[in-house]
Design a protein. Structure first.
Length: 367
């Protein structure tokens, strides 16, 4: 067991505490869960945190049994898209403690998304203390199987009941969670998308808002009908540069260098992306954040200088890519094994999350 620098948040966040009322469920659903055969998104833990915004202020947050919402058909979010969410994970560490991974980084991104969508910003203490109390209450739902985790979904939507295009004056903030397995256990096939775009300069590509994901469904459906698992998104101006893969950031190993597109207002500031780049640098691997042309990718395949390609995101951690279709031609990556960089980075990240390896970056928030 390592002696890490992780923060014991019960004391660290004491000054953040907002009074949170708690109403526990009388009927836990945990016995309905088959923890040996989890499906992503199928099971929801017993409780959720709810907090409303009205008359210019956030009200008292509550932790209540998970239940359906009562919502007006004229709620502005249903019509004009003011919705923002985050995707996070909590892990059961090797010594039994609970770790909410990179909670501060997720909160900072959550705030940027809310500001871009012109929504009320959730106070830091409500977000962090509320999440910590919620996960503490539902900690029995956290899987212990390697690669599994408790997925945490904080989100805000415009709840004001009124039709007509306007900035909402009322919002609801909710956090719920559920046990999940890892995604994309097998390498995937992707297709470079040259018709549709995910985002454009000046748009909302860097924000985790619902419209970005809804707009991706049709091109993804089309790609799957052609035998691919996901698309590689290109820039919204010329379709000449790679930006993301499906719902993830995308990374390549070219000429023994880890390469990924630079952050911009059309690319999500991925927490896993940031973590993997940091870890690659720590182990002495060369990294580059720069534009990646589709033509460069094609040349790298023909010259044999590309050896790895993978998506990076909270849900999957890493998703190895075995085939990339460029302009109708399938280019295949070499066979993956545990010696590949992506698995070294994934394993190191996993060891940090579980408290086995040193958390030198203070990413772990232990409750």
């Amino acid at each position: 067991m390592q002696t890490d620098k992780s923060i014991n948040n019960k004391s660290f966040f004491m000054e953040l505490i907002t009074e949170i009322t708690v109403r526990k469920t009388n009927h836990s659903r945990i016995n309905e869960v088959d923890f040996e055969n989890l499906e992503f998104g199928k099971y929801i833990a017993d409780h959720m945190l709810v907090c409303d915004y009205a008359a210019g202020e956030w009200k008292q947050p509550q932790i209540v049994p998970y239940a359906n919402l009562s919502l007006s058909p004229s709620a502005l979010a249903l019509h004009y898209g003011q919705t923002v969410f985050e995707g996070m994970k909590a892990f059961r560490m090797d010594d039994g403690r609970i770790n909410i991974f990179r909670i501060e980084k997720h909160y900072d991104r959550f705030v940027k998304s809310l500001e871009r969508m012109c929504m009320a910003v959730v106070p830091r203490d409500i977000f962090i203390e509320g999440m910590m109390q919620l996960i503490e209450l539902d900690k029995a739902w956290i899987p212990s199987k390697p690669g599994h985790a408790l997925y945490i979904r904080p989100f805000v939507f415009a709840s004001e009941a009124r039709f007509g295009v306007k900035i909402s004056e009322e919002y609801r903030f909710i956090i719920f969670s559920g046990p999940v397995p890892s995604l994309y256990a097998e390498p995937i096939k992707v297709k470079v998308e040259t018709q549709y775009i995910r985002a454009a300069k000046g748009g909302t590509g860097f924000a985790k808002c619902g419209g970005n994901y809804g707009a991706s469904f049709l091109p993804t459906k089309n790609a799957r009908q052609e035998g691919y698992d996901q698309v590689l998104w290109t820039d919204g101006t010329s379709h000449e540069y790679i930006e993301e893969s499906g719902m993830m950031n995308v990374m390549f190993v070219i000429n023994e260098t880890l390469v990924t597109a630079p952050l911009s207002d059309s690319i999500l500031d991925g927490v896993t992306r940031d973590s993997l780049l940091s870890l690659a640098k720590e182990i002495g691997y060369k990294t580059e954040e720069r534009p990646i042309a589709v033509a460069e990718l094609e040349r790298a395949f023909k010259s044999g200088t590309i050896t790895e390609a993978f998506g990076a995101g909270t849900a999957a951690v890493v998703a190895p890519i075995k085939c990339i279709n460029i302009n109708g031609v399938d280019f295949r990556l070499p066979q993956y094994d545990k010696s590949k960089l992506l698995f070294k980075l994934k394993d190191k990240l996993e060891q940090i999350r579980l408290g086995i390896d040193v958390d030198s970056n203070n990413w772990n928030y232990i409750i």
